[in-house]
Design a protein around this ligand. Structure first.
Ligand code: NAD
Length: 430
């Protein structure tokens, strides 16, 4: 590495902010982290990490001296030129992106030419232009603006930070700020897409919408496979070998979840609608996904009949393995639907139970997987955590009252389940 690395500010220490901060600290940058959540900052100062993400705790621990935590934006402003904004942009009731946290940061930005706001949060296309207009109106026109959307995946976020498929840097004017952001990322040797702000914003939204489309597409193929006797695993294998398509995001299951796909697809659809364009395809992508989450209920009813009074075990709650994030998790819809049918739902997740109970306090979360299996009429694999995929089905069969195993992720060894005397059903597989 040549010369000292540039200190940076990171505003918002959630999944993206903390991973970005830890990643840059690992590269040798001093990182000044800011969050309005005092409790979170207290936890971070005490050496704890408030979220679960593979390797994050160790990376923060290793770089503790380079990472500074504060509730005051002034600390970041005093020590860094580049201020990475990583605050949340959750959906509003209408489904658009809620930019109130972003706007609060914009309001608090200093009025000088020495700083740059680097937007990592996912924002609707056009947000950067509006913010730059606000800066001009507020006499902060010399403040630089760079869009640098984040593509990390929860569960492998640190690795994604360190080995990104690409880094996107959008700026409407050449200048020190986009150059400095490119320089920051240069040790990663990732393909660089240097572009304008609006295109950078749209790259992020389009990428998520395309991935969600791929998932809804294979889920519909899986549903047709169930009607026609084809096996979606074989179909995905054959289709994915086409280099124009590729094998990733062709896993049929009980629908995509997480904080990003759900809200970003909806935000893009509404962004288009707000500008007068009806994005038909995305409407279907969303609808297919919502129906897919509910198909398991019909599968259970087919095997068990009336669901009222039946005991259903959910194996996994997080929206995917290796994260405790419950935002948009399919398990929430499934648990609510089953409860509405009168079933008794019990759930186990190795990491996400605490987060799940924050969203759904009435959920019966048990600390051991055996407690979900015991006396269950049916179990559903919701999250393909390695320990759940590796369950001993002979032991499970002894604990269960019934025989039904629904594999919502097509991740189980169906032969092992069947040879334990259980009834296996996946998604789109014979
Ligand atoms: P998060 O909710 O985990 O974290 C946001 C943090 O910002 C919270 O700690 C909150 O207290 C803090 N915050 C809110 N207002 C603030 C303010 N005014 N000043 C300082 N801190 C403030 O959110 P996240 O999952 O990290 O997502 C952040 C952004 O990154 C979103 O726009 C999201 O769409 C995008 N993104 C997320 C992911 C992901 O996988 N989570 C991936 C790529 C992009």
């Amino acid at each position: 590495m040549n010369g000292p690395r540039e200190p940076i500010g990171v505003i918002g220490t959630g999944y993206v902010g903390l991973v970005t901060a830890a990643g840059f600290a690992e590269l040798g940058n001093e990182v000044y982290c800011v969050d309005i959540d005092e409790a979170k900052i207290e936890v971070l100062r005490s050496g704890e990490v408030p979220i679960y993400e593979l390797g994050l705790r160790e990376t923060i621990e290793r770089n503790r001296e380079r990472m500074h935590f504060s509730t005051s934006l002034a600390d970041a402003v005093a020590n860094a030129r580049l201020l990475f904004v990583c605050v949340g942009t959750p959906p509003t009731y209408a489904g658009d992106a809620d930019l109130s946290a972003v706007n609060a940061v914009v309001e608090a930005m200093p009025a000088d030419g020495e700083h740059a706001l680097v937007m990592k949060s996912t924002v609707p296309c056009g947000t950067g232009r509006s913010i730059q207009r606000v800066f001009a109106e507020q006499g902060k026109g010399r403040l630089a603006y760079v869009s640098c959307p984040e593509f990390l995946k929860e569960g492998s976020a640190l690795q994604d930070f360190l080995e990104p498929d690409r880094v996107v840097v959008g700026a409407d004017e050449e200048g020190w700020a986009p150059d400095a952001v490119c320089e920051l990322y240069s040790p990663l040797q990732a393909p660089l897409v240097r572009t304008d702000v609006a295109s950078a914003e749209m790259i992020k939204l389009a990428a998520n919408a395309f991935l969600a489309t791929k998932i809804s597409f294979i889920n519909e193929i899986a549903n047709v496979c169930e009607e026609t006797g084809a096996n979606v695993l074989e179909v995905a294998r054959g289709v994915g070998l086409d280099q124009r398509i590729g094998p990733k995001f062709l896993s049929a299951g009980i629908g995509y979840g997480g904080s990003c796909f759900t809200k970003d697809v909806s935000a893009l659809k509404l962004l288009a609608a707000n500008s007068g364009y009806h994005f038909q395809l995305l409407g279907s992508v969303i609808e297919v996904n919502e129906l897919q989450k509910r198909r398991v209920v019909a599968k259970l009813a087919r095997h068990l009949g009336e669901l009222a009074g039946k005991r259903i075990g959910l194996l996994g709650l997080a929206f995917k393995p290796n994260t405790d994030d419950m935002r948009g998790a399919s398990s929430l819809v499934l648990a609510a639907r089953l409860a509405a049918e009168g079933a008794t739902v019990r759930a186990y997740d190795p990491i996400a139970s605490e987060e799940a109970l924050k969203v759904m306090p009435e959920l019966d979360c048990v600390p051991r997987v055996q407690d979900v299996l015991r006396d269950a009429d049916a179990v559903v694999l919701v999250t393909e955590w390695p320990e759940l995929v590796a369950l001993d089905w002979a032991v499970a069969a002894e604990l269960m009252a019934g025989k039904v195993v629904i594999d919502g992720r097509n991740a189980l060894d169906s032969a092992a389940v069947r040879s334990a005397g259980l009834l296996y059903e996946g998604i789109g597989v014979a």
